[in-house]
Design a protein around this ligand. Structure first.
Ligand code: B12
Ligand code: SF4
Length: 433
């Protein structure tokens, strides 16, 4: 038997096109690791390789985020017209079953670890069901180990996870809905073993908040210090105040942390249920992070009820004053199934019907205090200005003086080299924004 697993081509422009942003999504190597060895499994990332439509497959499994769902449907159509069975899994099909079911033979909802064996059994018996649903959240000791060759040789780093779930349930986000409101932890010895098996490249911890439970993070970082790796990950900025954990993160090889700052206005944060984020503390927490040597990759969203067209200039000044090394700027967008979607839909404010535009790069609903054109234009201006030479100089100048770009004794690029390299790559990529 032969199974083909596909990550559909991302749709979008600017930063999303950078190779760094497109490492193999973890779901696909996990599915391969869960599949018995007598079945051939090939992983294709459509961003980098053509889809082998001409070959025979017993099943094609596609991982689907909302904005790539039209590409996923197009792929499914070609295979199904050749009589090949297609299954969708991941966030979008799980949370929007009615929108996808007619386009596939099977929707596999929720985490794959417990249902994939049943799918394989039914496939062997030629009895694939139209719907599978993981009835409960898994214990993370059941995440399988991934062999190095399951990732693409072209990946500059490997994705790895230590936790799933998030207690915060922000209005615009799907994570709590999908992964539950509790942090679940992978046993630390499993994480260490997985890193050892993959060693050689850098790592990106895909956890939504790697420091969500500081005691676990502390023990994890202590255990990975001897492995001498380089890594980046995601955290909520309030954890910067925990100097012990931050110090251990830096010592264990952390180079930068992605963090959802979202808005500089407390009213905006309050309004979308991100109440735990304290805007008056942002500058202090960023400085605390920088003091450990770790860089900040800030994520900002625009189009909140309190945002007017001056928000873009204010955000740029904040980023430059606080020497934020990297940033992701998105239009707030209502993911189908989110609380925000329900609210905006009830107010009849969503005008965009093209689902590919729901990726943060376009205005999709009427903001309250600016026009959609002003939102699109502000975003374009901010991307281009933030990744311009003068701004890069302001934001990275001090770091360049303290640690010139270069490589460490194990051949890994140092933090300045990584952050500078990404600024240059993003600068080129956002020219088309
Ligand atoms: C890491 C990450 C990224 C990385 C890498 C993305 C990638 N393709 O790997 C980067 C930074 C590039 C990224 C970018 C974006 N991301 Co992102 N990202 C994540 C994050 C934090 C982790 C993903 C992950 O690897 N999880 C671990 C794996 C194992 O879990 P999983 O993918 O859910 O897979 C499990 C199940 O879903 C299932 N499964 C998944 N696929 C399949 C397929 C089959 C056939 C089967 C059977 C099962 C199955 O089995 C797996 C094991 O249990 C998630 C949030 C989250 N906690 O998951 C957001 C998330 C996926 N991202 C999201 C978004 C919106 C984006 C952006 C649009 C953000 C932006 N403004 O630019 C961009 C789009 C980029 C693109 N390429 O198009 C949304 C998607 C929402 C949706 N409903 O579609 C999420 C859910 C976050 C959120 N706020 O809600 N992202
Ligand atoms: S945005 Fe971050 S903090 Fe809020 S629910 Fe999503 S993962 Fe949790």
């Amino acid at each position: 038997m032969r199974i083909l697993l596909i990550n559909p081509k991302r749709v979008g422009r600017g930063q999303a096109s950078v190779r760094y942003m497109n490492a193999t999504p973890l779901a696909l190597p996990i599915l391969k690791a869960l599949t018995p060895e007598d079945i051939e499994v090939r992983i294709i990332d459509e961003n980098h390789s053509p889809i082998p439509y001409e070959e025979h497959w017993d099943l094609v499994g596609i991982t689907v985020m909302m904005h790539v769902s039209p590409s996923a449907r197009a792929i499914a159509k070609v295979f199904r017209s050749a009589g090949i069975k297609v299954a969708f899994g991941g966030f979008f099909p799980t949370l929007n079953y009615d929108d996808v079911r007619e386009h596939v033979d099977s929707v596999i909802a929720g985490e794959a670890e417990h249902v994939w064996p049943e799918v394989i059994k039914d496939l062997r018996n030629n009895q694939l069901k139209p719907y599978y649903k993981a009835e409960q959240l898994i214990d993370l000791k059941d995440i399988p180990f991934i062999k190095k060759e399951f990732f693409s040789a072209k990946d500059e780093f490997y994705h790895i996870e230590t936790t799933r779930g998030c207690p915060y349930n922000c209005d615009f986000c799907a994570v709590t809905n999908f992964y539950g409101a509790k942090f679940r932890h992978r046993p630390i010895d499993h994480v260490v073993r997985q890193i050892e098996e993959l060693k050689g490249k850098a790592f990106f911890f895909v956890d939504d908040n790697i420091m969500g439970e500081p005691a676990y993070a502390r023990d994890l970082f202590r255990e990975i210090i001897p492995l001498k790796i380089k890594w980046s990950g995601q955290f909520s900025l309030n954890h910067a105040a925990n100097q012990e954990v931050m110090g251990l993160a830096a010592e264990s090889g952390c180079q930068f942390l992605f963090t959802g700052i979202e808005s500089l206005s407390q009213d905006n944060l309050q309004a979308v249920d991100k109440k735990w984020a304290k805007s008056e503390k942002f500058a202090e927490w960023i400085k605390m992070t920088h003091d450990t040597g770790i860089g900040i990759y800030g994520s900002f969203m625009f189009g909140f009820e309190g945002d007017d067209k001056n928000v873009f200039q204010r955000t740029l000044e904040f980023c430059e004053d606080n020497e934020i090394e990297l940033a992701l700027f998105s239009a707030l967008f209502p993911m189908w199934g989110s609380k925000l979607y329900a609210q905006l839909q009830a107010e009849n404010r969503i005008f965009e019907t093209d689902v590919t535009k729901f990726n943060g790069q376009y205005s999709t609903f009427h903001p309250k205090n600016m026009t959609s054109e002003e939102l699109n234009e502000g975003l374009r201006w901010l991307w281009n200005t933030f990744y311009s030479k003068p701004s890069i100089k302001k934001r990275l100048g001090r770091r360049m003086r303290n640690q010139p770009p270069g490589h460490d004794e194990n051949g890994f690029p140092n933090t300045t080299e990584v952050l500078m390299g990404l600024n240059i790559a993003f600068k080129v990529a956002v020219e088309d924004f």
